[in-house]
Design a protein around this ligand. Structure first.
Ligand code: HEC
Length: 227
């Protein structure tokens, strides 16, 4: 879990957490799972000990036919046992009910592209179709040509209409430049070339895939409220 959180989270800015922050988040999750107390300080010194507290730490067994493949006489490394499907379910000390404790935030749903395209079309799980979704709640409804272009161009993965994601919200951009007549020209160049330093240390990558006209259309739209 430490490794996964450190490398893949948060969803919109992987690898941005410091090791101490990853330990803190992991400790919080372990506390929610009732494995460590709320005031527990997790660190590289004690994480191996904590692993031993995991309820199923020693529960893994190779004593079943699924491990690790076909039986030896059929060319595999398995032990020839039967699949573990006849056990009686343990119905002691059950939680009264399982509740979903978190969901992917709206702004992150389409941050890595359409989830439906990234899941198999067979098996029990289907990806939700997130194409056309974005930080902007109005995206699900019919959108303006500018919004459609912003979505298609990936802008909405980093900018919300009313909220910061990786880059500033369009509302913030509009507010900042409302009294600056040359803002349009400057921002067209900035969007095409990318850059950093105005809103923080995180850079915007260049958007050279857009024509100057398209970029102008987007900047005008942002400066007029991004409807
Ligand atoms: C990978 C994330 C990312 C993408 C994709 C992205 N931006 Fe940005 N954008 C940023 C960041 C970060 C900043 C802040 C840069 C800075 O501090 O100078 C920014 C800044 C801006 C600004 C304000 C620039 C300024 O100097 O004040 C505008 C306007 C903007 N982006 C529009 C767009 C448009 C239009 C697109 C799509 C073509 C787009 N962005 C795509 C991350 C992104």
């Amino acid at each position: 879990m430490f490794d996964y959180i450190q490398r893949a989270m948060p969803w919109t800015a992987p690898k941005s957490l410091k090791p101490d922050e990853v330990y803190a988040i992991l400790a919080y999750m372990l506390n929610l799972a009732e494995i460590v107390p709320a005031d527990f300080t997790l660190s590289d010194k004690n994480i191996a000990e904590v692993q031993k507290l995991m309820p199923n730490r020693y529960g893994m067994t190779t004593e079943h036919g699924m491990w690790p493949g076909a039986p030896a006489k059929k060319g595999g490394m398995g032990n020839g046992g039967v699949p573990d499907v006849k056990n009686v379910a343990c119905m002691k000390n059950c939680k009264p009910e399982a509740k979903i404790g978190s969901t992917l935030p709206d702004y992150a749903r389409n941050a890595h592209g359409n989830l439906a395209d990234q899941n198999r079309t067979f098996g029990p799980v289907r990806g939700v179709n997130t194409s056309g979704e974005s930080a902007a709640p109005q995206a699900a409804a019919t959108v303006s040509p500018e919004m459609a272009l912003a979505q298609k161009s990936g802008c909405m993965a980093c900018h919300g209409v009313n909220n910061k994601i990786v880059g500033p919200g369009y509302n913030e951009v509009q507010a900042r430049y409302k009294d600056q007549p040359d803002a349009e020209t400057r921002l067209v160049a900035k969007v095409r070339d990318g850059g950093q330093g105005v809103w923080g240390a995180v850079p915007m990558p260049p958007n050279a895939q857009l024509s100057v006209e398209e970029t102008k259309m987007l900047v005008k739209w942002i400066l007029s409220g991004a409807k």
